[in-house]
Design a protein around this ligand. Structure first.
Ligand code: ZN
Length: 403
């Protein structure tokens, strides 16, 4: 065997091992979304990215519960997952789906309640036991007490009144109430959270609930003057629930979701809900009481952005943009017309003088099955390029076969 061939084989083998290492995540997460008075189209993909960044999770998004859809058709198999993230505030689920969710949590399944997730299902008793506290949806004293802190004491307040409010959005200090819990252990006792709503006057059964962190709702900002719960844990059956009231989504996530404090507590809370422990290290950029900290490079993936990144792709780089493109095509392109809306910018990339050959190879691979005769001229042209010849001829054969 020639030495170069041998090296190529060894290198290819290493790539396979490397790739399979990357994919061996510990936990499976399911993000439930599709109906929300918040911008779930922004928040859910970000939550997915945050989970996958930990390298502990692979995450699926189930947005089949679209507004106005037949809720009987919404039937996720919760039991396949270690944690279910609720980015949902919408219509009631079917009795069958509710029962499956209760079974899942009773049997030890983890749950993360994210921001307006705690507005959901005001009339579903078991769900309210899982979230501990909720807001809006005509919640009142009939749903349970207010719970908040006064100085260092937790107050359970049965006064009559609405459940759920917030004042003006602003940056605020989050104060830990238990630094020994796996989620908060090692975090600063106080840190500044990026501009967000400060959920207040939440009320609910508050059974088997622990408040890990609060924030003071300043009257000057339209707040209650109380230390309101921001991070909570609840146990239900054998299941663990992490509840974060933080993270109102603006375009690109906005300051509330780009806040390192939100990101890290969400990631740690999800790991704890899935496993009962937290192995993630506290990152160096975690905020302190001096100032909020952001990860502003955190951008929502878009078709244009994906294609721009693929145009600069070489095999040493992440294929996440290509993966995102593939997911978009599979989920968004349900008709031949919709496929052509993807095919056209992909043809542009193939025609571009600036795009890399490695990027073009990825596109050729995809276009070989989803392309139409529109792609044939450029693919024929690329078959003349020695470094793209194999991929182009393969695609051409399939495109001409399809025709
Ligand atoms: Zn909000």
């Amino acid at each position: 065997m020639k030495k170069t061939y041998f090296l190529v084989i060894v290198f290819a083998g290493l790539l396979v091992v490397f790739n399979s290492c990357q994919k061996s995540t510990s936990y499976r997460a399911l993000i439930i979304t599709g109906q929300n008075n918040h911008n779930w189209k922004v928040s859910s993909p970000i939550l997915k990215q945050l989970l996958e960044q930990t390298a502990l999770f692979s995450a699926d998004i189930d947005s089949s519960a679209k507004k106005g859809s037949d809720m009987n058709a919404f039937n996720p198999d919760f039991s396949r997952y270690n944690v279910v993230v609720i980015d949902y505030n919408g219509e009631s689920w079917s009795e069958k789906t509710k029962a499956a969710f209760v079974d899942y949590v009773n049997n030890g399944g983890g749950v993360v309640i994210y921001h307006a997730g705690d507005n959901s299902f005001p009339d579903w008793k078991e769900f309210n036991l899982m979230i501990g506290l909720g807001g809006w949806g005509n919640r009142t004293e009939k749903d349970g007490p207010y719970v908040y802190f006064r100085k260092d004491t937790m107050v359970i307040d049965t006064a009559a009144g609405r459940g759920g409010s917030h004042g003006k959005r602003h940056e605020y200090e989050v104060r830990s109430r238990n630094l020994e819990h796996p989620i908060t252990k090692g975090l600063p006792a106080r840190w500044i959270h990026g501009t967000d709503e400060l959920y207040s006057q939440l009320r609910g059964p508050a059974k088997n609930m622990e408040i890990l962190a609060t924030a003071f709702a300043a009257p000057g900002m339209g707040g209650t003057g109380r230390d309101e719960p921001m991070l909570m844990t609840i146990s239900y059956g054998k299941g663990r629930i992490f509840h974060t009231a933080l993270g109102h989504a603006d375009a690109g996530g906005g300051p509330a979701m780009q806040c390192v404090g939100f990101i890290v507590t969400f990631q740690r809370g999800a790991e704890w809900a899935a496993s009962g422990k937290v192995t993630q290290k506290i990152p160096y950029d975690f905020p302190n009481v001096g100032a909020a900290a952001f990860r502003p490079d955190f951008k929502e993936l878009t078709l244009e952005g994906d294609l721009a990144k693929i145009a600069t792709y070489d095999f040493t780089k992440s294929t996440k943009y290509f993966t995102d493109l593939q997911i978009r095509i599979r989920t968004e392109a349900k008709t031949p017309e919709a496929l052509i809306n993807f095919e056209k910018p992909m043809i542009k990339l193939l025609e571009s003088k600036d795009a890399t050959d490695d990027g073009k190879k990825l596109i050729l691979r995809e276009i070989s099955w989803m392309g139409s005769e529109l792609s044939i001229p450029v693919v024929k042209e690329l078959a003349k390029n020695p470094s793209l010849k194999d991929e182009a001829e393969f695609a051409l054969a399939r495109l001409q076969g399809a025709k």
